[in-house]
Design a protein around this ligand. Sequence first.
Ligand SMILES: [Zn+2]
Length: 382
Amino acid sequence: MAEKLYYIDSYIKDFVAVVKSCVYDGERWCVELDKTAFFPEGGGQAADSGYIGNVRVFDVQEKDRKILHYTESEIAEGEYSCSIDWEQRFRRMQNHSGEHIVSGLINKRFGYDNVGFHLAEDYVTLDFNGELTAEDIADIEFAANKAVWENVRIYAVFPEPEMLDSINYRSKLELTEDVRIVTVEGYDVCACCAPHVRRTGEIGIIKIIDHMKHRGGVRLTMLCGSDAYKDYARKQESAAEISALLSAKRDDIATAVKKFYNDLQNEKYQTAELKKSILKAESEKLTAIDGNYCFFYPAAFDINSLRTLVNEAMKLCSGVAAAFSGSDETGYNYVMGSANIDLRAKSKEINAAISGRGGGSPEMIQGSAKAVRATLEDYFKN
Ligand SMILES: [Zn+2]
């Protein structure tokens, strides 16, 4: 098996290795090296990508005690300069080391186990087999960041199998061979096969951005290092924008949004009351006529409010009481009522005349019209 350079030093990004074999498995080329810094997928962490010579390595898997580098083209046997995609790897190391700190703290304080870990492209989820309150999570997050500020050492060892029983570590498995123990000094001891940062300070920041109940326990969504920094930058931008829009200090934007929302609700209520009183005044001045009634209102008057006006007007006219809301530019919504004419039967003719569509009952129809006000008035004139 290839020498695992990522266990000697997780910071090796460029190295020289010999291609021992390159075999096509029907889908891709599988390359074996004499030594490798490419971490194969494992322990919840995805495989590294990078280059062997100028050939792209898109996946790495450990199979049957072999480390297989998957490439899209063939590589001849010989010596090559190799490089791994460092930005991606370092981001994963920051998140993975951050995960160990948070899991270690939760295990120590609450006795819960980490039962699920997913290191996605721009966030991490951690599942625990017990519930945590928002306050518990805030405490853990603060303690985890203190571990970062203390800049303690993170190191890995392969203890002799007979030593394993005497070590207290998380993720204990039946396995005794090649068990790698990763220690975050003072915070966590855990079996893990993945590369980590050297000191906690390199994690930069640990931020838990979400939590939800999950299978009787809790699922945390966490960002560390560069992911957390990018998230902070995005949120800062949003906060600045909201602060400018509401002319509020950045730390007061939630209060300002609440006030804005309450003011808006209040405005809506007052507008509705105002519309009601306008329509009531209009209803009160209606008299009995022979022919049609035709009303026009701005789009702010919705069909529901106009329906009450039409209800009154249809009792006082021999023809049709029609109310339109809208404008020539945007078109109109309408509601029409009649005590004497079967509007359902007549709706086809009406819609054809006003470039409209809609329908309803024999007493009342509603819909929309594309015709301009002059055409509508002309059609309904007495
Ligand atoms: Zn791990």
